[in-house]
Design a protein around this ligand. Structure first.
Ligand SMILES: Cc1ncc(COP(=O)(O)O)c(C=O)c1O
Length: 353
């Protein structure tokens, strides 16, 4: 891939510990612009820094914006890896199509990430569970008012070193089931990674937190009855010996972690049902002891065990608020592949260096 490299004079000091999530940003970022005549052009890796935006820039008013999230891992074998980046590239294309934004070729998307990671390799932390989070995003930078599909866009990639999600070991979370607000509905943008979805979900998150819950479980937008996904994770339930999860049919994000975990589960011999399960069925399974384990899946946490569900005054505790054996095994297997501690029989690791 051809690009310009604009060097910075002075490098930043790298944080040593307490990385947290999204607090520190690396020395460089990738940037390119789009217009109909030139297509994607002006590809460059340049010093991380502010960008200037006209007050009439359309993204500020009409939110034509999409993003992705993945990680670079410092493998135990000394190599640097991405995890299934072509799935993010494809999902980004689907998001951009839905938002009437230009498509980026998959090889250009992954190639730009790899070039930036090569420049910033020293920023990939090496502590247990630490990684470099990659945030590609696109927005219209056209300045004019009046709602219309914009002609010009900017694509950028920024990087942030992130700490272990579970410094004290994997811990269950408490989930609040939202019965009033909705995140997505059929025909909308639920399957798209666009900023607007997250803005609309904040009200549920705020409500959950005020009641002492970590995350929101969203129900479907029509009946407020069927289980969809959790804040920034897909969600799976082990009921008897079957895994139940919402289908990918337009209202939930098709998670890379979801797909990977379902593949592992199939190989382990579990029966999988991708279907619309009502919240009543789920709570009933919890009360009768059939709900053995529950967990969220996503790039940030990999797997988040769920220890409690709260729905309209009714509470269910799952597996005595402890991480279940299956949840634990899935976590160990997936992180084992990501950090090159175990064999990658699915060819999911994508070597950068
Ligand atoms: C709404 C939503 N669902 C699910 C996921 C999980 O997707 P992935 O496994 O690709 O990180 C995310 C995180 O990106 C998300 O924001």
């Amino acid at each position: 891939m051809e690009f310009e490299f604009i060097r910075r004079d002075k490098m930043k000091e790298k944080p040593k510990d307490n990385l947290g999530f999204g607090k520190y940003f690396t020395d460089y970022m990738f940037v390119m612009e789009y217009n109909e005549i030139e297509g994607w052009h002006n590809k460059r890796i340049m010093p991380y820094g502010d960008i200037t935006i006209d007050p009439a820039t359309m993204v500020l008013h009409y939110a034509q914006e999409t993003f992705e999230g993945l990680k670079a891992y410092r493998g135990k074998d000394g190599n640097i890896y991405l995890f299934r980046p072509y799935m993010n590239a494809k999902r980004f294309q689907n998001s951009n199509e839905r938002m009437c934004m230009p498509i980026i070729d998959e090889d250009l998307f992954v190639g730009a990430i790899k070039e930036l990671i090569k420049v910033e390799r020293d920023w990939i932390p090496s502590g247990d569970g630490e990684s470099l989070y990659i945030r590609p995003f696109m927005f219209t930078n056209e300045s004019s008012l009046g709602v219309h599909v914009a002609d010009t866009y900017k694509f950028m990639i920024i990087l942030t070193p992130v700490g272990a999600y579970y410094p004290q070991g994997v811990n269950p979370i408490k989930i609040y089931v939202e019965d009033k607000f909705v995140r997505a509905s059929v025909g909308g943008t639920g399957y798209v990674k666009c900023g607007g979805n997250y803005a609309a979900s904040l009200v549920g998150q705020k409500k959950a937190e005020s009641l002492g819950y970590t995350q929101v479980l969203w129900l479907d937008g029509v009946h407020r009855k069927y289980v969809e996904e959790v804040g920034s994770m897909n969600v799976m339930f082990l009921i008897d010996d079957t895994i139940v999860t919402a289908p990918i049919d337009g209202t939930v994000l098709p998670g890379v972690t979801r797909d990977s975990i379902l593949t592992l589960l199939k190989d382990m011999g579990y029966k999988i049902e991708e279907r619309h399960m009502s919240i009543d069925e789920l709570m009933e399974a919890g009360h009768t002891g059939r709900l053995k384990e529950a967990f969220g899946t996503g790039t940030a946490a990999v797997i988040s065990p769920i220890g409690e569900l709260y729905y309209k005054g009714d509470k269910v505790t799952i597996n005595n608020f402890e991480t279940g054996d299956l949840t634990h095994k899935l976590y160990e297997t997936l992180t084992g592949i990501q950090w090159a501690k175990i064999d990658d029989k699915y060819n999911w690791r994508e070597r950068v260096l």
